[in-house]
Write a protein that binds this ligand. Structure first.
Ligand code: ADP
Ligand code: ADP
Length: 223
């Protein structure tokens, strides 16, 4: 069963923008990237896959389950672009809330929160309020939240956009580590280096269309 399969999937907003006719298959354990400028439709596609917006046409499945089913959502993690957290909460409290949503409680929640915060490199700052976090740290917190449920399939929307070069490198290394453990990754980025470092296959996105797809080497070489 493929991790992601879509057939002519479209999401067109009232203003005619969005993403159009996206057909792709991503195997389990694979890392797939969408590379394109702002407004290309990358976020829209991922929001459609994770069930945040309803498709306008076509179909899609995650691990064999239709994209609008609860079953599909059980196995996915999602890092939205620049997610805003309530500033008055600590990083740990934000994670506790997310753990609760997943039904993870008590000692198990505590253990996982600790592990994930360490994993994304903000383990020492867990009790600080989000207000005191830089954008890069907030992005790391988002990644820690996305990893709470040990997802088989992880969607990342511009995971390193708010970070400095060191942070970007660390996020790429973390993603490679997750890939090694068998997590399927779907990565949106406007940074070629993100896609080049992390992904096996990719598509170039422009104005809502997938304009070229293939192995990262082939697509970037013929660009
Ligand atoms: P990307 O993630 O590649 O930056 P998006 O998917 O965010 O691209 O946006 C694709 C296009 O759809 C853009 O022109 C954007 O302005 C438009 N768009 C995004 N969200 C909405 C919305 N909720 N309503 C109308 N247009 C939207
Ligand atoms: P993203 O790239 O993550 O979609 P954007 O800056 O494009 O972020 O959008 C921020 C929010 O505004 C999103 O919820 C998006 O759906 C919405 N949005 C973006 N473009 C438009 C638009 N042209 N009309 C209405 N809503 C929009």
């Amino acid at each position: 069963i493929p991790a992601i399969h879509t057939q002519a999937l479209s999401k067109i907003y009232d203003n005619g923008r969005g993403c159009r006719n996206i057909t792709l298959t991503v195997g389990q354990g694979e890392a797939f990237g969408f590379l394109g400028p702002n407004g290309a439709g990358k976020s829209t596609f991922v929001k459609t896959l994770v069930g945040l917006v309803a498709a306008s046409g076509g179909s899609g499945s995650l691990l064999g389950h239709p994209i609008d089913s609860l079953e599909a959502r059980k196995h996915i993690g999602y890092l939205p672009e620049l997610y805003r957290y309530p500033e008055w909460l600590s990083g740990e409290e934000v994670m506790k809330f997310h753990a609760g949503l997943l039904g993870i409680k008590g000692g198990e929640a505590k253990r996982r929160i600790r592990e994930r915060l360490d994993e994304v490199g903000i383990g020492k700052r867990g009790s600080d309020r989000v207000k005191q976090y830089s954008k890069g740290m907030q992005q790391r917190l988002g990644l820690a939240c996305a990893l709470l449920g040990d997802p088989k399939l992880l969607f990342l929307d511009e995971p390193s956009s708010a970070m400095d070069p060191v942070g970007r490198r660390e996020v790429r290394e973390l993603l490679l580590e997750l890939k090694k453990r068998g997590t399927t990754l779907f990565l949106n980025s406007h940074l070629m280096e993100d896609v080049e470092t992390v992904c096996d296959r990719m598509s170039l996105m422009l104005n809502g269309d997938m304009i070229r797809s293939g192995s990262v080497e082939d697509v970037l070489k013929t660009k």
